[in-house]
Ligand binder design. Structure first.
Ligand code: SF4
Length: 706
């Protein structure tokens, strides 16, 4: 049974989820997004993706979902702890008892019998997961903590013939080609994801053919085996890149053709741009959809004609809408959904697009016509609606409101909710515009990006959009010279943003000494949080120890991240607001404790999240007054200590080694390793390094902070 009809979401949460554990989420067990091309997975769209360890695939194809990382996160949930990667859900829930986070919406779709399984004893179960276990009992691996999947979103590759303006190289080979051919986009300041700069080689397919790709091979093995994906999945959704460019998608259609009985209840969905390079590819799709059980088609568009073709480079609007109709003509297509990605450029023709969609209802009827969903673009920020000036947003909001008043009866309930949300979204942008400085930066990026986009893609902004947009566009100027490195150099506040070669050498020497003293042995295969991660300069060293994951915590988002450190790996909060809610295996805190006037407070906060190990660095600057002109208490924001603020900090409290050890002992952390280094730390002071291990007895408990 799923949610009872009379039940509110909160009641469902209390009855089904809280009764199991305070942090349970069905998505961790029964849902996955898997990028088979480059071997990453995540349990839902909120946590960052993580690598699928190849050694785990050796005996266990289900490790494309059942990674050791996910198992750890599941274990935390079973014990009522909060997996740190799910912090977006915890943030919502910490907003108040009535707040419903995504984990409720994700869990609700699964049967309670499935949700009970992780909490049941094996002998009481007859579900296929235990059959699976038996099937594998002769293998050399343990599978009793593996689980089956009910819903799967899978990408075989990032190959795509489109390069939509808000998309990026990790999802489109055409985008990769743009950057390879023309170089990085210049003067983009507000997008910190490096999407318009880098070709994202980490997202490239690991092999040229499917046969050589171990993740795709594991998928097929798990798909076919008894009790495997075919037997447990309720829905498989293929995403990309563009799915129909990939041979494995055609192989799936063939599989369904040859196995009409197995998997017959599964929903088979494809997320396609519907405009392949060759017409015969689309014809092939029309031919094979009849073999897929419960076939569902998802596609994206939100504008018409030339505007749609401008936003979605590669699109031919006429071909697209005609292909939607050709699919609707196929009786075997059970459902069609059009996802509208609401960005700053679609507002001029969004109502025409909605008209086109409603026109399909006259031909195909409401039931059969595409279901619409509307989601605003938040990233890149400069393509979001809120980058537009208020008078333009008002102009288009009035137009959309008038359209909605006229035609809302023709929309479904959920569609009316979506449209109303977009109107509210625009109202918020009108009533609470971004601070001028931020807006200026984004608008400069808008102009800079589309000027380069026009040149690279042979497009013409001025000829495509409404005069109101073109006049505003022409009034914008590009802030050149605003490369983030240079911005750092220019700013009065110097935060040691870029480590020079000379400094790098010192850091390396320093790190070598830490390694020689086995400071980092404890991070092997652990989930690590580094507080005050800055640009992630140590991550390449940490990675040598093969940690399961590294997350950074740093409130300052102006760092130019080191290679291999993704913005999505960094939590942009001060340690005080974030840390108590976490549950990492290891917390590393370098370069912060000796800059605080309240270091005991930091130690308490770290201990509160109960990691197995805590690694600290302290610096003895007692012989000379350290000049802390770069960090210190934030004079503007009460309660934040690590900030860029041009002050000297006379209130720094130095804790002696003995005091640190005794404070940690009172919180049940025992010193495992303590070294004092007399090395040329870039600050030129001697440092002490501590590795503390949590004691087994958990008699030290800090109350949860409200
Ligand atoms: S708890 Fe939230 S973030 Fe984590 S898997 Fe569930 S829905 Fe996703």
């Amino acid at each position: 049974m799923k949610k009872q009809e009379s039940e509110s979401f909160k009641e469902y949460k209390t009855r089904v989820m809280d009764s199991k554990s305070a942090t349970f989420c069905g998505a961790k067990w029964y849902n996955a997004t898997i990028w088979l091309g480059h071997g990453q997975t995540t349990s839902c769209h909120l946590p960052a993706s993580h690598d699928i360890p190849l050694e785990e695939l050796k005996y266990n194809p289900s490790a494309i979902h059942n990674t050791s990382h996910k198992k750890k996160m599941r274990k935390m949930m079973l014990e009522g702890d909060r997996p740190p990667e799910c912090y977006k859900c915890w943030q919502v829930e910490d907003g108040g008892e009535d707040k419903i986070s995504d984990r409720v919406f994700k869990t609700i779709q699964y049967d309670e019998s499935d949700l009970n399984l992780p909490f049941s004893k094996r002998e009481k179960n007859t579900r296929s997961v235990w059959k699976l276990f038996d099937w594998y009992k002769n293998k050399t691996r343990k599978r009793n903590d593996d689980t089956f999947l009910r819903t799967l979103e899978v990408s075989f590759d990032r190959a795509c013939n489109f390069a939509c303006s808000y998309c990026n190289p990790p999802f489109s080979t055409t985008w990769v080609k743009d950057i390879k051919d023309n170089g990085p986009y210049e003067n983009i300041q507000s997008d910190k994801r490096e999407h318009y700069i880098s070709t994202a080689d980490w997202a490239a397919n690991v092999a040229k053919t499917d046969e050589d790709n171990p993740y795709i091979q594991a998928f097929w093995e798990w798909w076919e085996e008894e009790g495997g994906l075919v037997d447990t999945l309720e829905e498989i959704r293929i995403t990309g890149g563009e799915p129909i460019m990939h041979p494995s998608v055609w192989k799936l259609f063939d599989w369904f053709k040859n196995n009409p009985e197995r998997g017959k209840n599964m929903r088979f969905a494809i997320n396609s741009n519907l405009v392949p390079e060759k017409e015969k590819t689309f014809q092939k799709l029309l031919d094979v959809v009849q073999y897929a059980p419960n076939f569902e088609m998802f596609s994206s568009c939100e504008a018409t004609g030339a505007q749609a073709e401008y936003i979605r480079d590669g699109m031919d609007y006429e071909v697209w809408i005609n292909n939607v109709k050709r699919l609707l003509d196929q009786p075997k297509v059970k459902k069609t959904c059009i996802m509208m990605t609401i960005n700053a450029l679609c507002l001029g023709s969004i109502t025409d697009f909605l008209d086109d969609m409603l026109a399909l209802r006259e031909i195909y009827g409401k039931e059969r016509s595409p279901l619409l969903s509307l989601n605003p673009v938040y990233n890149p920020e400069f393509q979001s609606i809120s980058t537009l000036p208020t008078y333009i947003i008002e102009h288009y909001n009035d137009k959309l409101k008038a359209w909605h008043d006229k035609r809302k009866e023709e929309l479904g309930d959920s569609e009316n909710v979506w449209v109303t949300r977009i109107i509210d979204h625009m109202n918020r942008a009108i009533n609470n515009p971004h601070p001028e400085e931020l807006l200026k930066k984004r608008q400069s990026d808008f102009k800079s990006f589309y000027t380069q986009y026009d040149e690279r893609r042979g497009k013409d902004f001025r000829a495509t959009f409404d005069p109101i947009m073109v006049d505003w566009y022409d009034s914008l100027t590009v802030e050149k010279n605003t490369n983030r490195d240079e911005e750092f150099e220019k700013t009065e506040i110097k935060l040691e943003p870029i480590i020079t070669d000379e400094e790098d050498k010192h850091w390396k020497e320093y790190f070598d000494q830490l390694e020689n003293n086995n400071i980092f042995d404890c991070i092997k295969k652990k989930n690590v949080l580094e507080i005050g991660t800055a640009d992630g300069m140590f991550w390449k060293h940490y990675n040598k120890y093969n940690p399961s994951s590294i997350t950074g915590l740093d409130p300052d988002d102006r760092w130019l991240l080191k290679e291999g450190v993704k913005e999505s790996d960094i939590i942009r909060e001060s340690y005080e607001t974030y840390l108590p809610k976490t549950g990492y295996d290891v917390i590393i805190c370098f370069g912060l404790i000796y800059k605080l006037h309240s270091p005991i407070h930091l130690l308490e906060l770290i201990a509160r999240s109960r990691p197995e190990y805590i690694i600290l660095e302290d610096i003895d600057f007692s012989t000379e007054q350290i000049s802390l002109t770069k960090m210190g208490p934030n004079t503007n924001k009460i309660g934040e200590l690590i900030v860029i603020d041009e002050i000297s900090c006379p209130h720094v409290t130095r804790l002696s080694t003995n005091i640190i050890i005794s404070i940690m002992e009172t919180m049940s952390y025992k010193l495992e390793n303590n070294i004092e280094l007399k090395i040329k730390h870039p600050s030129k002071y001697e440092t002490s390094q501590f590795v503390f291990k949590r004691e087994k007895h958990e008699n030290y408990r800090l109350r949860d902070r409200k």
